[in-house]
Write a protein that binds this ligand. Structure first.
Ligand code: NAD
Length: 416
């Protein structure tokens, strides 16, 4: 089975397992196993040299029983329909776990954005936005950034949608710059949520936060701010990697040093504040907490035995395959699942959408405080469910998410 097929297989496996634990109604289970709608588009784009390249793009709505669908847009060469379907399903459970009124969606384009010039990236984005126009809208489906996309790309999508409507519609996307209706605190929200649950989990495990050694795979929108925030909590970040390679130091890496080195070179590989390591070695470093913050499917049955962390906090979506999950659970490794751990991003995206609709904006302190309340409440709910039912945190989070979606679905009834 190819790696992208695995993400979908993994998502279905998790749903099926939750369905069994919670004795989910068979008809509801059947409905939840399929995405509500999928759109595949061609994105013809004029390159700077006058040639035309055609990129493949997708947008998938998994479920909208609890509200409009919400989910990021990924630009990455490995994007596929099966991967986008899995990510959309995970978004459905994630929004339900933090109890915000959304369903799940995801989108993507098969492209390495680093290969495009800024003008090519803008034209490609605007064409992709035009192709998925029938599916998106503030009451319908609200995209956000994911791997390979950022606030500027969200601004282009917002502008493309608004030009078609004839007026400004800031609520069509989240993760925008503050100048066009973005929210304070959105940029670092996913990392902030990851840090809340990391600290809460360390405390629950009786591990001192200010002695914790943390390794992070991925130094992007999620990984990079997490390095600084964990350092501020007193943790030592003993290893960091990105697609080019990594760096490790048992005494801890300097967050500011890493940040300025990355700004200069575009990577953490080669940073002189530690020893160079191969990209995947970061997963096997001696540490207390491992935070995968890059791609799915990076911890597999091949390397799970070599993971030395006591706690894994899934900042990335789907970084652990079901086989690896079982090996790690048997070894007593505590895994904080993606649909809880990285829900800070969608939570502040929800705040951004609410602010856009009300045209009334909050301070960064208000945003961070409300985020903390939601993340801590969700963490406690998942923990209690896991302890009461003697199931893993992943099973508990999935059961909690599926239960809320199933309740909405069954209360609404099946149309017609
Ligand atoms: P990003 O594009 O900003 O950063 C991705 C990072 O991963 C980069 O440092 C890249 O070099 C690195 N990377 C890519 N391939 C790698 C590989 N093979 N080995 C090691 N490193 C690799 O993306 P992001 O927004 O930080 O997203 C990272 C993960 O977090 C994704 O799984 C995404 O779905 C998830 N996530 C993101 C958000 C968000 O708000 N951005 C919210 C929830 C979940």
């Amino acid at each position: 089975m190819s790696s992208e097929a695995n993400a979908w297989h993994q998502a279905l496996f998790q749903l099926d397992q939750a369905a069994e634990i919670m004795h989910l109604d068979a008809n509801t289970h059947e409905v939840l196993r399929s995405p509500k709608r999928t759109l595949e588009v061609a994105v013809p784009t004029k390159m700077d040299d006058g040639t035309v390249r055609v990129f493949a793009g997708y947008r998938v709505h998994h479920n909208t029983a609890r509200g409009p669908s919400k989910g990021g847009i990924r630009y990455h060469p490995a994007v596929s329909l099966t991967e986008v379907k899995a990510l959309a399903m995970w978004m459905t459970w994630k929004c339900a776990v933090v109890n915000i009124p959304y369903g799940g969606a995801k989108g993507g384009v098969v492209v390495d954005p680093k290969d495009l010039s800024p003008t090519e990236l803008e034209r490609m984005t605007r064409r992709y936005a035009s192709e998925i126009l029938p599916l998106i809208g503030p009451e319908r489906d609200i995209p956000a950034p994911d791997m390979g996309t950022d606030a500027q790309i969200m601004a282009w999508i917002m502008d493309t949608y608004s030009m078609n409507q004839g007026y400004s519609v800031p609520g069509v996307v989240t993760g925008k710059p503050v100048s066009v209706g973005g929210s304070h605190g959105r940029g670092a929200a996913t990392s902030r949520g990851v840090v809340y649950v990391t600290v809460a989990t360390l405390k629950h495990q009786g591990l001192p936060v200010d002695e914790a050694r943390v390794a992070i795979q991925g130094y992007g929108k999620v990984g990079a701010p997490a390095v600084q925030m964990l350092h501020d909590q007193g943790c030592a970040v003993v290893g960091v990697s990105d697609v080019m390679g990594g760096v490790a130091s048992p005494r801890g890496l300097s967050p500011m040093g890493l940040e300025s080195y990355k700004a200069e070179t575009g990577t953490v590989a080669g940073f002189s504040g530690g020893e160079g390591i191969e990209g995947d070695e970061v997963l096997e470093l001696e540490c207390d907490v491992l935070i995968p913050a890059a791609l799915e499917g990076v911890i597999t049955k091949e390397n799970a035995e070599r993971v030395r962390a006591k706690v894994i906090v899934e900042a990335a979506n789907g970084p652990i395959t079901p086989e690896a999950d079982e090996i790690l659970q048997d070894r007593g490794v505590v895994i904080v699942p993606d649909i809880l751990a990285n829900a800070g991003g969608v939570t502040v995206s929800y705040f951004e959408w609410v602010q856009d609709i009300q045209a009334l904006f909050w301070s960064e302190e208000q945003v961070n405080e409300r985020l903390r309340e939601i993340m801590e409440a969700a963490h406690v709910e998942v923990l209690q469910l896991a302890e009461n039912q003697k199931i893993t945190l992943r099973q508990a989070a999935t059961v909690l998410g599926v239960r809320r979606v199933a309740e909405a679905l069954e209360t609404r009834g099946l149309f017609p």
